[in-house]
Design a binder for this molecule. Structure first.
Ligand SMILES: [Zn+2]
Length: 168
């Protein structure tokens, strides 16, 4: 019964999210790239994964490695951004799209904004994730709204149920 109750809460939160969030529309390739982020998440210490895409090509990927690296900041997005920087440098990050299985936390969203990433697409929302694991209750849009210098599109809810299902 407890499990059913949790699922109902998640569904209710998703429905609410659809009404007010979504600053940018879902694009045709979003589900394909999100599936790659979810595949990364399936390999992770905590099930979070990311890929960074530019001009239709995946240029970096990462998944949560907080246990493996004994580094609490090794979130999937941070691991992907650091991999990108090592291979391609900071200039190339401008205008990329970051796909992530979970809505970025305030640390990752801050890094995304400082890096000049142009678009973020997430699967499960902070509200959905909070039914599974502790979250800092600020949305990606909350963070972006406090950074008026940054121009970033945010799209949420792509394959959200698949991302939530990775939490046992
Ligand atoms: Zn994070």
């Amino acid at each position: 019964m407890l499990k059913g109750g949790t699922a109902l809460v998640a569904v209710a939160l998703t429905a609410g999210q659809e009404v007010r969030a979504r600053s940018a529309p879902v694009l045709p390739d979003d589900a394909r790239f999100m599936q790659l982020a979810i595949d990364e998440a399936a390999k992770a210490d905590f099930p979070f994964g990311s890929v960074i895409v530019k001009d239709g090509e995946v240029l970096a990927q990462g998944h949560n490695r907080t246990h493996a690296e004994r580094d609490p900041t090794a979130h999937g997005e941070m691991v992907a951004i650091r991999a990108f920087l090592r291979q391609h440098g900071p200039e190339a990050l401008k205008g990329t799209t970051l796909y992530t299985s979970g809505e970025p936390c305030c640390m990752c969203m801050g890094a995304i904004i400082w890096c000049g990433i142009g678009r973020v697409v997430f699967a499960a929302s902070i509200a959905q994730l909070a039914t599974k694991i502790g979250q800092i209750m600020l949305t990606a849009e909350d963070i972006a709204a406090k950074a008026p210098f940054a121009s970033i599109d945010i799209t949420g809810g792509v394959l959200a149920e698949d991302a939530v299902r990775l939490f046992k």
